[in-house]
Design a protein around this ligand. Structure first.
Ligand code: CTP
Length: 393
């Protein structure tokens, strides 16, 4: 593939030589275009040596073969990647400004149907500034893929969001997965626990880590599918640009978000450990100790997200649920499958070692609507995710 890397003036430009090597080692051609500011952070010589091509940086440079270099490059490139993308280039792209070599190329490239990716990298406050957020949102609407920045130590010494994605991660997002069987499809995933608050500082929760749901989301994205990942409170972050993570806290928030998105999805896999009950009342202050008389919290039932989606399911939408059982496992799981109108139910037994909450492995049994059952062995959650995602069509 012919990849154009647009480099702008951020400290993360020092990582671009590593990225060029990754592309070149995999047999791709790389053409770099840099702003003047970018060349303060990484040298022309390094880039030209690693890419094996002359760097394009000025609209009217003597070495340009023609005055319409940006148009010729637009024809040559299969994909355009802006890395690092400063707040400035993002603002220019969002507004169609073309005042130097890179922004001119970018404007003409975004007029094609070829993929464009940006890797934002900047100070946290610049990233969180309303204008930058607005501009990134605009780019998303324009069909540009955002390879999200991560949290870490920034050049300014602060620790926060705004650190450019690592070269390997960028590479994995940009080079289309070999086969993308789920391209054009969109799935809803729920993951993690829910927290049911009862006073200003306390909640009822559970030990779910969210690992299984996140692994499924990653696996779908790797196969080209888009994911709406509705996540309860977890420490995991998903970086794939095809995963839209929506963070919620309570079962009711998860429910409202799921029923909003499900009609636009080709299916849903619900892995969340949703609290079946929530405290009847919530106070905004902290409940004080009252001596020996104890404390009774009255619980009321939460809505069942899976059963609701089962009743909403239309046409070819596929619905997969999980069942965590301790007794009468198979029979209970089968009952859930038909009661909630599912296509498959994935059964975990807490009696199996290595299965369940928090661990990196899982052992599941897949039960189909026609009653057939496939018992799996103990595998990593990533492998189990692959098995489950293989059920999607
Ligand atoms: N689930 C849900 N909403 C709820 C409860 C459960 O979406 N309020 C989903 C879970 O994400 C899982 C499936 O339903 O995919 C089964 O969850 P589980 O807790 O095993 O079953 P329950 O239906 O809650 O039944 P029970 O707790 O009585 O076994």
């Amino acid at each position: 593939m012919n990849i154009i890397i647009g480099i702008t003036g951020g400290i993360a430009a020092y990582k671009i030589p590593m990225l060029i090597r990754l592309f070149k080692q995999a047999g791709h051609e790389v053409q770099c275009v840099a702003t003047d500011h970018a060349l303060q952070f990484v040298t022309r010589l390094t880039i030209e040596t690693l890419s094996g091509r002359r760097l394009y940086s000025g609209l009217f440079e003597e070495s340009n073969e023609r005055s319409t270099e940006h148009i010729a490059l637009k024809e040559w490139g299969d994909e355009l990647l802006i890395a690092p993308a400063t707040a400035n280039i993002i603002a220019k792209m969002a507004n169609g400004i073309a005042d130097d070599a890179l922004s001119t190329l970018t404007l003409s490239f975004t007029g094609t149907t070829k993929p464009v990716y940006i890797c934002p990298a900047m100070n946290t406050q610049m990233l969180e500034a309303p204008a930058t957020r607005r501009n990134i949102e605009q780019l998303r609407k324009d069909g540009i893929t955002i390879i999200e920045s991560g949290c870490g130590e920034l050049a300014c010494g602060a620790v926060g969001n705004g650190r450019m994605a690592e070269p390997e991660e960028i590479y994995n997002n940009v080079i289309p997965c070999k086969i993308e069987p789920l391209k054009g499809k969109k799935y809803l995933i729920t993951a993690g626990p829910t927290y049911e608050r009862f006073d200003a500082v306390r909640f009822i929760g559970n030990y779910s880590s969210g690992k299984m749901g996140y692994a499924i989301a990653e696996s779908i994205a790797e196969k080209g599918g888009d994911v709406v990942l509705i996540s309860g409170p977890t420490h995991i972050e998903s970086k794939h640009s095809r995963i839209n993570t929506i963070r919620v806290e309570s079962a009711r928030e998860m429910y409202a978000t799921a029923i909003e998105h499900f009609p636009n999805c080709d299916g849903a896999i619900l892995t969340a450990a949703v609290a079946d009950y929530r405290p009847k009342t919530q106070t905004d202050h902290k409940i004080k100790k009252k001596g020996d008389e104890g404390l009774t919290i009255e619980l009321i039932q939460n809505p069942d997200i899976l059963a609701t989606l089962g009743s909403m399911k239309k046409g070819c939408q596929m619905l997969i649920g999980f069942a965590l059982e301790t007794d009468n496992e198979l029979a209970n799981a089968q009952k859930k499958l038909s009661k909630k109108n599912l296509d498959y139910i994935i059964m975990n037994s807490l009696n199996d070692r290595g299965a369940g909450f928090g661990v990196d492995t899982n052992k599941v049994t897949i039960i189909r609507r026609d009653g057939s059952v496939t018992e799996g062995s103990l595998k990593s959650k990533k492998e189990v995710a692959e098995d489950i995602v293989a059920l999607l069509k």
